[in-house]
Write a protein that binds this ligand. Structure first.
Ligand code: PEP
Length: 247
């Protein structure tokens, strides 16, 4: 059975003080043991967050990493550095990284392979722009992004990968795909995964992301193929985060 995963993506928000206050407010209150609760935070918060959540059921992830282990890459963070501070997850290929930081399907693939090699579970994002959706290209775009991101991922590692379907027009806009539409694309993405390893497609967790909030999380999570949510804005306030993970 696939355990649903609800991950907050804090993007470029919170000081260490704010992050620790947040943890104090939520730890001990994540009561839904049927869900894996995750916080993906900026690099400066990760070590403190990991320490503050030890012994709780909250897992911690980064929002990006380089695919090389070390070298002359000013400003970058190595997968080994994330492993050293015991990161459980790393978001890879978020549309904001693709849009503003020249992330490509090729670099996402290199990062996915490296994350798996060092033992960090990747949350791999895919999703279409509004223009692509309106011209009927949603599935084609997701297929390309996912096939490329998962190229050369071994059979043994595939179940460690989480996929996040995030239509770009729904991120931070307040517009959500209908739960049925999101489920339709996500079941198609599962078919794409089945094209890689038929027998493993039912083990891979696929989240929806895009303006998920306490008021719509239950409907989204109620869909047959949706195994969780990647949540930006609504994951920043501790009371909302608790409503999301305890939906
Ligand atoms: C995201 O950043 O992954 C996201 C889905 O953002 P929001 O929930 O704010 O739309």
């Amino acid at each position: 059975m696939r355990k649903p995963i609800i991950a907050g993506n804090w993007k470029m928000h919170k000081t260490i003080k704010e992050a620790l206050e947040f943890v104090n407010e939520v730890k001990g209150n994540v009561n839904n043991t049927d869900v894996e609760a995750v916080i993906c935070a900026p690099f400066t918060l990760l070590k403190d967050l990991k320490e503050a959540t030890k012994g709780t059921n909250i897992k911690i992830g980064a929002q990006n990493m380089h695919f090389e282990e070390k070298g002359a890459f000013t400003g970058e963070v190595s997968p080994l550095m994330l492993k050293e501070i015991e990161m459980d997850y790393v978001i890879l290929g978020h549309s904001e990284r693709r849009q503003y930081f020249a992330e490509t399907n090729e670099t996402v693939n290199k990062k996915v392979l490296k994350a798996l090699e060092v033992g960090i579970n990747p949350i791999v994002c895919c999703g279409e722009t509004l223009e692509q959706r309106e011209s009927g290209k949603t599935k084609e775009i997701c297929k390309l992004q996912i096939e490329k991101a998962l190229e050369n991922v071994s059979k043994e590692d595939l179940h460690k990968v989480v996929i996040a379907y995030e239509p770009i027009w729904a991120i931070g806009t307040g517009k959500t795909a209908t739960a049925e539409d999101a489920n339709d694309v996500i079941s198609y993405i599962r078919e794409v995964v089945a094209g890689l390893y038929q027998e493993l497609a039912n083990e891979v967790r696929i989240q929806y992301g895009g303006s998920v909030k306490p008021s719509n999380v239950a409907e989204i999570m109620g869909q047959s193929d949706i195994d969780g949510a990647l949540v930006g804005g609504a994951s920043l306030a501790s009371d909302d985060y608790l409503k999301l993970v305890n939906f």
